[in-house]
Write a protein that binds this ligand. Structure first.
Ligand code: SAM
Length: 240
């Protein structure tokens, strides 16, 4: 992929900084309003319960972080971490008036060099983030490192659908229509073209399961959503 002469991480950071204000709106449109339901499923797969301490990597505007907070109340906490200042500014805005804002902390940091000690969290999630990292395996290894033995590591991202007609229609929607809508509503045709290209080049859900296994996670598997166009991939850190 062409990153306009930049390193991938800088290109990704600039991309999300430039679309942060319209990110949530575009997400709802692109997912036909299903993204909230998908995030709730991530929380379920991560087995988040009241009192837990959970980290949400590449938290962006914090929508998954909020769903996690709903599950850890009244005494647990969630840290959302992202390297884009503007996505984090939007995340803080999204917390205004939110009932459980005292359960949420946002931090600026790099998913490939997490500022946390080993075995710190009861679960780790990453929403549409692994695809954006220069090294997805390293991202999974960092998540593995910071969760406690027995905790879940869960990713949700674009998947590879194999259903014949749906695959063609969805490909058309994703390649042509979404960049067009991104251009009109988010002044970001190129940024939404990146979404298509990064998803095309990303691992399939089966390949990602293998990466999770290679990183040392157990009980790894995936769950298709939207006929496989989106997939949750998960694994558990061995209980020693
Ligand atoms: C597609 S957005 C996902 C946001 C959010 N998780 C959601 O569910 O909507 C990807 C996010 O990953 C962040 N990101 C990409 N690479 C990163 C890195 N190396 N470290 C931290 N954040 C990163 C971007 O800034 C962006 O906010």
């Amino acid at each position: 992929m062409n990153y306009s002469g930049k390193r991938k991480s800088q290109y990704v950071k600039d991309t999300f900084n430039s679309i942060a204000g319209k990110y949530d709106f575009m997400n709802s449109i692109m997912s036909l309003g299903l993204d909230k339901r998908w995030r709730k499923k991530v929380v379920e797969v991560c087995q988040v319960r009241p009192g837990m301490s959970v980290v949400d990597i590449c938290c962006g505007t914090g929508m998954l972080t909020r769903e996690l907070a709903e599950a850890v109340v009244p005494s647990g906490g969630v840290i959302g971490i992202d390297f884009s200042e503007r996505m984090l500014t939007q995340a803080a805005k999204n917390l205004e008036g939110y009932a459980h804002k005292d359960r949420v902390t946002f931090l600026q940091g790099d998913a490939l060099d997490l500022p946390f000690a080993d075995n710190s969290f009861d679960g780790a999630t990453i929403g549409w983030g692994l695809r954006n990292l220069p090294d997805a395996s390293k991202g999974v290894l960092e998540m593995y490192r910071v969760v406690k033995p027995g905790a879940m590591v869960v990713s949700i991202d674009m998947g590879k659908t194999t259903l014949p007609i749906f695959k063609q229609l969805y490909g058309l929607y994703f390649e042509k229509l979404i960049p067009l809508m991104g251009g009109i509503w988010a002044s970001g045709r190129d940024q939404y073209r990146y979404l298509y290209e990064s998803a095309s080049e990303f691992y399939s859900q089966k390949e990602l399961v293998q990466i999770f296994q290679t990183c040392g996670l157990e009980n790894c598997n995936y769950l298709n959503l939207a006929l496989g166009a989106v997939a949750i991939v998960y694994g558990q850190k061995p209980k020693k």
